[in-house]
Design a binder for this molecule. Structure first.
Ligand code: ZN
Length: 320
C-alpha cells in the first residue's frame, strides 16, 4: 500500500515572515504562496504520507489552470470562455511541484528512512480535468458550438500541463474530475478527452471523482487511466464496488477519511474501510488517501486525519 493525498491542504497565513521575505516584498518580488507550499509539504511528510502534493495553495482548481490558457476570462468567481482556447505554454503547477519536491527532499534527508520507505516518497502532479473545467465555465456565444467541442480542445492544451508536471518530477499525475458524478458529462467525450492526456505521459495517471460513483463505475472502468480514486469514508454506496465489480478493478485510490467532517476518525474505522478493499484487491494495488481535498478543514484536523490514515495503513502492514 502507498499513502497519498487528493490535493489541497489548509492555507498557512502568508505574510512575509523574515528579513529576506520582507525585503523581497518591498520590491514586489515576494511569492506569498511559497510558505504555504512549504507548510503543506512539511506537514504531509510529518504525517507519514508517501506521495504528497504541493497543497494546491495558489487558487481554486479552476482558476489555477485557467489563468495560463488563452481564451479564458476570470471575472470574480466566474470563469468564462471568450475565444477559442489556446495554450500560453506556461505552467504554474509544474513550478510549484518542482518547489514542493525540493522542500520534500530536504525534509526527507533529516528523517533517515530505509531505502524501501524513501523509494515510496514523491510528489503528485494535479490537473483539473477538461470535463470539470468546461462544465464549470460559461462559453460566450459562437466561440464553441458545444461544450464537448471545447472539452476536446482543452484536453489538447492540458497535455502541455501534464507533460510539464512529468518533466518537473511528478511521481504520478492525477486528473480531478468531480463533475463526472453529476450526470452532466457526456461519458464518451470524457473518455476521449482523458485518453488524449493519458497518451501524452508515461508516469501513472490517476483520476479522482467526487461523490457517489457506484452508478457510473462501469463507465469509469473504461477510462484510460491507471488508478481510479474515490470517496469511501463519507460515502457508503461506493464501498459496494468492491463486492459488485471486484474482478474489474485494477488500482484504486481509497478515500478513507471523511474530508467534509471535522471529527477525526479512529484508527479502527479507517482499518475497517481498508480491509473491505483488501478482501478484493492486493495491497500493492491500493493507494490510501483522504476522500477529497482538505482545504476547508482546520489545519490541525487535516494533519490528524492524515496521521490516523497512515497509522491505520501501517497497522495492517505490520499484521501481515
Ligand atoms: Zn473529490
Amino acid at each position: 500500500m502507498i499513502s497519498t493525498v487528493v490535493g489541497s491542504y489548509p492555507l498557512k497565513e502568508h505574510y512575509p515572515n523574515n528579513l529576506k521575505n520582507k525585503i523581497l516584498n518591498s520590491f514586489g518580488l515576494y511569492d506569498e504562496y511559497k510558505i504555504c507550499i512549504e507548510n503543506a509539504v512539511n506537514e504531509q511528510i510529518k504525517a507519514g504520507v508517501d506521495i504528497i502534493s504541493d497543497g494546491q495553495v495558489r487558487d481554486n482548481m479552476i482558476k489555477l489552470i485557467a489563468k495560463n490558457i488563452i481564451g479564458y476570462k476570470i471575472e470574480g468567481n466566474v470563469s468564462k470562455i471568450s475565444s477559442k482556447l489556446r495554450s500560453k505554454n506556461l505552467t504554474t503547477t509544474a513550478n510549484d511541484l518542482r518547489y514542493a519536491l525540493k522542500i520534500m527532499n530536504r525534509k526527507l534527508d533529516e528523517l533517515n528512512l530505509s531505502k524501501k520507505e524513501s523509494e515510496k516518497k514523491g510528489v503528485k502532479g494535479i490537473i483539473t480535468g477538461p470535463n470539470t473545467m468546461i462544465h464549470s465555465s460559461t462559453i460566450e456565444k459562437h466561440v464553441y458550438r458545444t461544450k464537448e467541442e471545447a472539452i476536446l480542445d482543452l484536453a489538447e492544451i492540458l497535455k502541455f500541463e501534464a507533460k510539464s508536471l512529468e518533466d518537473a518530477g511528478a511521481k504520478i499525475i492525477q486528473i480531478d474530475e468531480p463533475f463526472l458524478s453529476t450526470g452532466l458529462v457526456d461519458m464518451e467525450i470524457a473518455k476521449e478527452s482523458i485518453n488524449i492526456i493519458s497518451k501524452s505521459i508515461s508516469v501513472p495517471l490517476s483520476m479522482h471523482s467526487c461523490g457517489v460513483i457506484y452508478n457510473i463505475i462501469s463507465d469509469l472502468l473504461e477510462f484510460n487511466v491507471d488508478i481510479l480514486d474515490f470517496e469511501f469514508a463519507g460515502n457508503n454506496e461506493n464501498i459496494n464496488i468492491f463486492k459488485d465489480y471486484g474482478d474489474d478493478l485494477a488500482k484504486i485510490g481509497l478515500g478513507c477519511v471523511d474530508t467534509k467532517k471535522t471529527k477525526i476518525e479512529s484508527i479502527e474505522e479507517v482499518v475497517n474501510i481498508i480491509n473491505k478493499a483488501l478482501a478484493i484487491l492486493d495491497s500493492e494495488n491500493l493507494f490510501i488517501d483522504p476522500d477529497c481535498g482538505m482545504r476547508t478543514l482546520p489545519e490541525n484536523v487535516a494533519f490528524s486525519k492524515l496521521k490516523v490514515m497512515v497509522e491505520a495503513m501501517k497497522t495492517l502492514e505490520n499484521d501481515n
